[in-house]
Write a protein that binds this ligand. Structure first.
Ligand SMILES: *Cc1c(COP(=O)(O)O)cnc(C)c1O
Length: 396
């Protein structure tokens, strides 16, 4: 081989392999990991960057796999706008940065995901954005807490781990009357159980890491909003840079394909599990919105169109020792402090999500050492009930 030929080969190695237009489109979208796109000329580049022309230039500003996923989620939530973020926390941070500024105040539901409280009451407070905790199950308390500087109320549709349900329509009316916005973290519900925008929420956040992806192999987050709430979102998304990977978006879109089937099975399994646990002598209490004795059962019936979610929390008689025996004995239920997997998993809030609270603070939230949070999977119902029974037998 001549030196000339070798140079030519090296050049071929470097040349971009670009897909030609295809007469028949692939049914499954390709993964587009390209960080950058080749522009035809300066006019086209300027038009693409200005958003006057649909398309992409630099994938921190957007890429096809994120847009395919965001668009499907946008339709599921009947929202005008949607974006996918690097994680659920990145989605919450993007909402905060896009909506708030120094001197503003945020009201937080008392029962929020722990990292969300850290983000708002810790990190954002450090930057001059005040946060106050309120009991969102008590609308007069929320109304009294709304002040002239309150910009938003943040609440979870189904809250961790007592599974209290937020009355989104009532809260939306309260905050709108004071010119503030309602942000709803809908992770525990998914759009197939609840669509907060329909009920008056201004922005919806979800961790797509959980039931939407559904296979515990992706970290992603979602924000949905309206044209009115979206002004800063694209620039915040790109400037703060917590953008989603094309491969993760591709996996999540594939997972989303079976969301309907998975939610149906997981919710039915959760109902059966909650009913079985509620009858068991070793179980002091069960939190599940589908049980008539749950404090928000009537609200959940109205708001959720017949499904009550896939999360079930039980409180074992016998405290921490009983919890340890259950966790060791329930061999088919893995101790995974997350949720929304195909399989039934469990978490122990006192040693994971709520470990930083004092015992008194946990007690005030109704969490004891004997509290176990279950994320019910899509196994055959009998298998879920047997797996739980194995753990309960070990409790003795
Ligand atoms: C997991 C979770 C988050 C954070 O999502 P990540 O994808 O883990 O960043 C936020 N809110 C709730 C309710 C969650 O369960």
């Amino acid at each position: 081989m001549s030196k000339e030929q070798r140079k030519r080969l090296e050049e071929i190695c470097v040349q971009p392999a670009m897909l030609p237009p295809l007469p028949a489109a692939p049914l499954v979208p390709p993964i587009c990991p390209s960080a950058v796109y080749a522009c035809a000329d300066p006019q086209q580049a300027a038009a693409l960057l200005a958003g006057e022309l649909p398309g992409y230039v630099y994938s921190r500003d957007g890429h096809p796999n994120a847009d395919l996923l965001a668009d499907k989620c946008r339709r599921l939530h009947a929202a005008q706008r949607a974006a996918v973020h690097a994680s659920g926390m990145a989605a919450l941070a993007a909402v905060a940065v896009a909506q708030l500024q120094q001197g503003d105040e945020v009201l937080l539901s008392q029962q929020l995901y722990g990292r969300t409280v850290q983000l708002f009451a810790g990190e954002l407070a450090r930057l001059g954005i005040a946060a106050r905790l309120v009991d969102t199950a008590d609308p007069p308390q929320v109304q009294a807490a709304l002040g002239p500087r309150t910009r938003m109320l943040l609440v979870e549709t189904i809250a961790n781990p007592r599974l209290r349900v937020a009355d989104i329509a009532v809260l939306a009316d309260l905050v709108h009357a004071r010119g503030a916005r309602l942000v709803v973290d809908n992770t525990f519900a998914s759009p197939l159980v609840c669509r907060p925008m329909e009920l008056g929420a201004d922005l919806v956040v979800e961790s797509l890491t959980k039931i939407i992806s559904g296979h515990s192999d992706v970290m992603l987050g979602l924000t949905c909003g309206s044209d009115a709430t979206w002004t800063r979102m694209p620039v915040v998304q790109s400037a703060f840079g917590a953008v989603p990977s094309p491969f993760d978006c591709w996996l999540a879109l594939r997972g989303l394909g079976t969301l309907g089937l998975r939610i149906q099975r997981a919710c039915a399994n959760a109902q059966a599990a909650a009913e079985m646990l509620a009858r068991h002598a070793r179980v002091e209490g069960v939190d599940y919105p589908g049980l008539p004795e749950h404090p928000d059962h009537a609200l959940a019936r109205r708001q959720f169109a017949g499904q009550f979610g896939f999360m079930v929390t039980m409180h074992l008689a016998g405290g921490g020792a009983a919890a340890e025996r259950f966790i060791a004995g329930a061999r088919r239920i893995l101790f995974c402090p997350s949720l929304g997997d195909l399989s039934t998993t469990l978490s122990h809030p006192a040693s994971t999500s709520h470990r930083l609270l004092s015992a008194e603070e946990r007690a005030a939230l109704g969490i004891s050492e004997g509290t176990i949070r279950l994320s019910i999977g899509i196994e055959p119902t009998e298998a879920v009930l047997e797996a739980l029974a194995e753990g309960l037998e070990a409790v003795g």
